[in-house]
Design a protein around this ligand. Structure first.
Ligand code: BGC
Length: 728
């Protein structure tokens, strides 16, 4: 009891002290100094790393720039921090932000790949490792987690998120937030998280980057908002407004998003930053006559920090003087920013994140690399396997494709401070494992272009071997920001070569590197096995090799649907039934295509293993429950193969009759279990009112009484069924 009292008193004191320190500063600050705190500029780069643009040091010295992005290394950031702390009137420390998206120096698989692991604990660990490495190099704040749900494979940034599903996306968003921030933001090994891009950035029309987004409030709330909200509820201290418009209003100046939903509904009290030049871009959106007006609109909507528009820097003072914005609004934004600096412990020790010794000793440690290897192994999804994999050690293997020996590719986009020359290539890792004499390599062709000059050599190599591993895919720069594609085929002449090699009749395993779902109809016909390895990061070469040779057992599951072809897009597992579901194949007037099936090539949740799992029937603790109750659904899962494996048991529901249409299947739970050969385990899920809640016709959130279908199984298209009812 005494202890609790002491803790409460200390917490109250700490909060009061934070408030008073921040309040005291706000009272002391000039208008220019306040504007400086609302301003973020980028550090420049020179050949040797980050370097300051002429004039920026002056801005820091004069207190006109209180935040920087793209500055890192302990020594560089310390130099800049010294200017802010020692040479400005109030000595307010700088806040350093950076895109630490899937690792800092140790690079993990791209985020879509990590999502494919469905292993939220390991994902949390990757964020913790990233925080340890980044925080030692002067960074306080990462622009991650990216919480944008997307069903749009043309969009290059689908690679940066957790895929199509709001439930899985929410669990990952929470895990990453916890990983970055830990329990104490002031701990020098933690950094502040930033929930982005708020909101619905993942739904650009036609998949074209930065394009218009428009959707109903219901769709937004149900399918796009949950991961942002989950990250906020997990304590993320910052949020980034997205570039896109939503319902005709640029998110950067959306009061509905930034104040009504984020702050009033969700209770967020951290800082909101614009995306890069997001404020200025409102002049192009056509909702602000100039950057000055755009700045006022953004601040009034609830945005606090201007990244790179220099809107506040150049114009805010004038707006204040002309009475276009209240000083109260400006002060509130300043307060929110200073509070985050305070929580990070920067007022107590502005240099606690600039630790050269820690930077040297805690970067790419054997533990960090082991986590990267495990994550890369868990993220790969075995899409097809007709007895081709695993490869027996000592088999004569032809490795084909330039991507097999281009490790720089494996880091993917947003590689932070990752070193593209560090990873071992897939080719070298295979040679290490399988013995050089058992490996023959041919470039074959590149990941783009029409050059077929390497075909003959590749075919010769294939003929000389017992089997072929072909590494194909997209160049890493074809996904990420500003990397939309108009088709989702495997680029160039790679598939043509694959088909020629397959025609030799040798077993062919494809290793696919991609930052998005690709249309793999031809590849799935030609290859005996397909392993989707995404961009697997620093330890990618070894991870892929371990998987190919069975040293690791594939366990990844698709976090996003792989369409049969672009014409099906958008295609995702939580589609609605329509008034004319396709129940009578061949009947014209039901919802379908004339020329292709409705079903995707690989459904959400799919992924094979080298062992096999068998499911029993679903058993329920009761057939119904009420407002204060719950039921338990259980199912036995047995490993029926001859080796250990990990199975991700997935639970979906369908509300048969409701005030608004409901998805035919919607993920509502998952659990990962590790089973030895022959072992069986019962997995249970609790179903309560939250499980079946949704945005009802009157836009309140909650459950409705009625009948529900419950599906539990291996993937969204491979489940056992039961049903239950809910009574108010
Ligand atoms: C991206 C953000 C990123 C920011 C800062 C923008 O172009 O949209 O995701 O955090 O740049 O680098």
């Amino acid at each position: 009891m005494k202890k609790t009292l002491l803790l409460i008193t200390t917490t109250i004191l700490a909060v009061a002290c934070t408030q008073s320190r921040v309040e005291k500063l706000v009272r002391q600050m000039t208008v220019d100094e306040k504007i400086g705190q609302l301003t973020m500029f980028t550090s420049d780069w020179s050949v040797t790393g980050p370097s300051m643009r002429p004039g920026f040091e002056k801005d820091i010295r004069e207190g006109r720039c209180g935040n920087l992005l793209n500055a890192y290394t302990a020594s560089y950031n310390r130099k800049l921090q010294e200017i802010a702390v020692n040479e400005t009137r109030l000595g307010i420390p700088l806040l350093f932000g950076y895109d630490v998206i899937h690792g800092f120096r140790t690079i993990f698989p791209i985020n879509l790949g990590m999502a494919a692991s469905w292993d939220t604990e390991l994902i949390q660990e990757t964020a913790r490792v990233a925080a340890v490495e980044a925080s030692a190099a002067g960074i306080h704040w990462t622009f991650s987690p990216m919480c944008d749900v997307s069903v749009e494979p043309r969009w290059g940034r689908v690679s940066e998120g957790s895929g199509e599903d709001p439930f899985l996306g929410s669990r990952i968003a929470e895990a990453m937030t916890r990983g970055y921030q830990g329990d104490d933001l002031a701990d020098p090994a933690t950094i502040a998280a930033c929930v982005k891009h708020f909101a619905a950035y993942g739904a650009p029309q036609a998949g074209r980057e930065y394009n218009t987004v428009d959707m109903s409030e219901r769709w937004l709330r149900e399918f796009y908002m949950p991961p942002y909200e989950a990250a906020v509820k997990a304590g993320a201290r910052t949020v980034m407004a997205s570039f896109n418009e939503l319902d005709g209003v640029p998110a950067t100046a959306s009061h509905h998003l930034l104040t009504e939903i984020l702050r009033d509904e969700w209770g967020f009290d951290g800082l909101v930053v614009s995306d890069y030049t997001g404020i200025m871009e409102m002049t192009f959106h056509g909702t602000a006559r100039d950057t000055c007006q755009a700045g006022v609109q953004a601040l009034e909507a609830g945005l606090d920090m201007d990244m790179m528009s220099a809107a506040f820097y150049n114009y805010l003072k004038g707006s204040i003087e002309r009475g276009e914005i209240k000083m109260k609004t400006v002060d509130e934004a300043v307060r929110r920013i200073l509070r985050v600096k305070e929580e990070l412990g920067l007022f107590d020790d502005p240099y606690r994140y600039c630790d050269e010794q820690r930077e040297a000793s805690q970067t790419m440690t054997p533990e960090h690399l082991a986590t990267a290897l495990k994550m890369a192994e868990e993220s790969a999804v075995l899409l097809k396997n007709e007895g081709v994999l695993p490869i027996k050690k000592g088999t004569k293997v032809a490795v084909i494709g330039t991507l097999a020996d281009d490790p720089n590719q494996y880091l993917g986009s947003w590689r932070a401070a990752g070193d593209g020359s560090y990873p071992q290539s897939i080719l070298y890792a295979i040679m290490d494992y399988n013995g050089e004499k058992n490996v023959v390599y041919a470039k074959g062709c590149r990941q783009f272009g029409e050059d077929r000059s390497g075909f003959a050599e590749a075919l010769r190599a294939a003929r000389s071997a017992e089997m072929v591993v072909m590494v194909i895919g997209e160049d890493y720069s074809w996904s990420g920001e500003a990397a939309s594609r108009s088709n989702i085929d495997v680029p160039g002449v790679q598939t043509e070569l694959l088909e020629k090699i397959a025609a030799l009749g040798k077993p062919v395993a494809v290793v696919l590197l991609s930052g998005r779902p690709l249309a793999l109809e031809r590849e799935s016909k030609a290859a005996g096995a397909i392993l989707e390895a995404w961009y697997p990061g620093t330890m990618g070469g070894k991870a892929v090799t371990n998987l190919l040779f069975g040293e690791a057992n594939p366990q990844g599951r698709l976090p996003v649907t792989f369409p049969l072809c672009l014409g099906q897009v958008p295609v995702y597992h939580y589609m609605k039934n329509t008034g004319r579901p396709y129940l009578h194949p061949g009947f014209k007037y039901e919802s379908h295509y004339l020329d292709i099936p409705n079903e995707p090539l690989y459904a959400f949740g799919e992924g094979l293993s080298y062992t096999s799992f068998e499911y029993g029937e679903v058993s329920l603790s009761a057939d119904s429950f009420g407002a204060k109750g719950s039921i338990t659904a259980s199912i036995e899962v047995r490993n029926t193969g001859d080796r250990a494996g990990v199975e991700t048991v997935q639970m979906y529901i369908h509300d048969r009759l409701a005030s608004v249409t409901r998805p035919v299947r919607q993920l509502k739970g998952f659990e990962q279990i590790s089973l030895q050969a022959g072992e069986a385990r019962t997995v249970s899920f609790t179903i309560d009112p939250e499980t079946i809640s949704f945005w009802r016709r009157d836009m309140t959130y909650g459950p409705e009484a009625g009948e529900f279908d419950l599906y539990i199984g291996h993937a969204s298209n491979d489940t056992k069924a039961a049903s239950f009812s809910y009574e108010d």
